[in-house]
Design a protein. Structure first.
Length: 443
């Protein structure tokens, strides 16, 4: 018997055991507390948030992967080969059951190589929204993949940074809710609007961070606003420390004997605790010097595209292909009637949730029943609905045992199949013991 036949036989035995509830009955028993804990753990697990609909890969490798499957399985080599041989728009715009394309799945899972390769695909829609209104930038920012967020901001042209989902949240708000400080910094320096509010709760990204307890994110936003412009990335920046002459002059001043003795005593008996770097201090100056454009390391290793326009909070930046004028927009991008999906269903258009607005003015004094009548039925006449019994006989239902008067108004717990089998097994064992005792007494 070959290994393939043995595996098929083992699979058939497993399926037969699963179909027969009487087999391996004792192994499937568990207490109610354990079942509740397993349900809670499954709800909080990652697969309940974003289930995987991809089938398991074939062992012999003969399965032909589609464009979307290459992205979902992080197969950058095969994806590059497909792009070199040429792909169609239908292959690139293939969606899963959640309305997400290959780029969005790669942004969720953190596949940097896939995101880098898809930048060369001509039919990639960077602003595509899934069934919940999420874009690739929202997914990457919410997941905290800072490398992918920076790559999307810098190398994907026509990226709409202020796109909103169906709840009215932007990528900056989602990153602030999850406490992704690096992603928040990248989005702010790319020109994300910090004053934008959602239409439901009317809160900004900073207020959402405070509402969800992300205080480190609030501190990060406050530090960015204190220094909103990255001056060291400009060609006009001089790597000099303004406080250096004053500190040198203070150190060279001659001190009296009493001052030197007092300084010695204070330094001996004082306890130094570690603290954060001082604003405009030594560490801050060293970071600026090593990252500025005048630094020899940066000048030899990097090629600056726009040295006269450094990143700044609130200023939208163009991507590298747009700055170099290497991007040619796709003329058929908007003419496509809709993106195809792998389950054959059309993707619904993204809609925004409209918040509830209370009545104001003279309308607030009207009774509620009058408002409902005028808003729902302008004519003032409520249609009558006539209920009739169905002519078809009711479906056969299992007769339930009569309830007691005490529990007649309470809902009954569902009867699980394994519990019913357990009760039947116990009743059969009790009946068998009873007959055995009767036979023993007769003998």
């Amino acid at each position: 018997m070959t290994a393939v036949e043995e595996s098929v036989l083992q699979t058939w035995k497993t399926s037969q055991d699963a179909e027969d509830p009487d087999l391996h009955y004792e192994e499937s028993e568990e207490s109610e507390e354990e079942s509740e804990l397993s349900d809670i753990s499954s709800i909080l697990s990652d697969d309940s948030v974003y289930p995987c609909y991809e089938p398991a890969p074939v062992a012999d490798g003969r399965e032909e992967l589609s464009f979307y499957q290459c992205c979902a399985r992080n197969n950058a080599t095969l994806l590059q080969e497909k792009l070199e041989h040429g792909v169609t728009r239908k292959e690139v715009t293939e969606l899963d059951i959640n309305g997400r394309n290959g780029l969005m799945v790669a942004c969720f899972k953190g596949f940097v190589d896939i995101v880098t390769v898809l930048n060369k695909c001509p039919y990639t829609d960077i602003n595509h929204q899934d069934n919940d209104g999420n874009t690739a930038l929202m997914i990457a920012a919410q997941a905290g993949h800072i490398r992918i967020v920076n790559y999307l901001l810098n190398y994907y042209p026509m990226l709409e940074i202020e796109k909103r989902d169906i709840r009215g949240l932007t990528a900056l708000m989602k990153a602030a809710v999850q406490g992704r400080n690096e992603c928040v910094t990248a989005l702010l320096m790319a020109g994300a609007d910090l004053t934008a509010v959602d239409p439901v709760r009317r809160k900004t990204a900073r207020e959402w961070a405070g509402l969800t307890g992300r205080f480190e994110t609030m501190v990060q936003i406050r530090k960015i606003l204190q220094r909103p412009r990255a001056e060291q990335f400009s060609d006009h920046y001089l790597p000099e420390w303004p406080a250096l002459p004053e500190l040198v002059a203070k150190a060279l001043v001659t001190k009296s004997r009493g001052e030197r003795l007092l300084e010695k005593i204070c330094s001996t008996f004082s306890i130094n605790f570690p603290h954060d770097p001082e604003e405009d201090g030594v560490m801050d100056h060293m970071v600026r010097m090593t990252t500025c454009l005048a630094s020899p390391f940066v000048a030899t290793a990097c090629q600056t595209i726009c040295p006269g326009s450094p990143p700044e909070v609130g200023k939208l930046r163009l991507s590298v292909p747009e700055i170099l004028k290497e991007y040619t927009p796709d003329p058929d991008a908007k003419s496509e009637p809709g993106s195809s999906s792998c389950n054959g269903q059309a993707v619904p258009e993204t809609r925004l949730l409209v918040p509830y607005q209370s009545t104001t003015g003279m309308m607030s004094f009207l009774p509620l029943w009058l408002l409902r009548r005028n808003s729902v039925f302008p004519g003032g006449h409520i249609p009558k609905i006539k209920l009739i019994k169905s002519c078809s006989p009711p479906a056969c239902r299992k007769e339930m045992p009569p309830r007691s008067k005490k529990n007649r108004h309470r809902l009954e717990l569902p009867q699980w199949k394994y519990k019913e089998l357990k009760e039947k097994k116990k009743a059969a064992e009790a009946e068998e013991k009873k007959t055995t005792k009767c036979k023993g007494k007769k003998s």
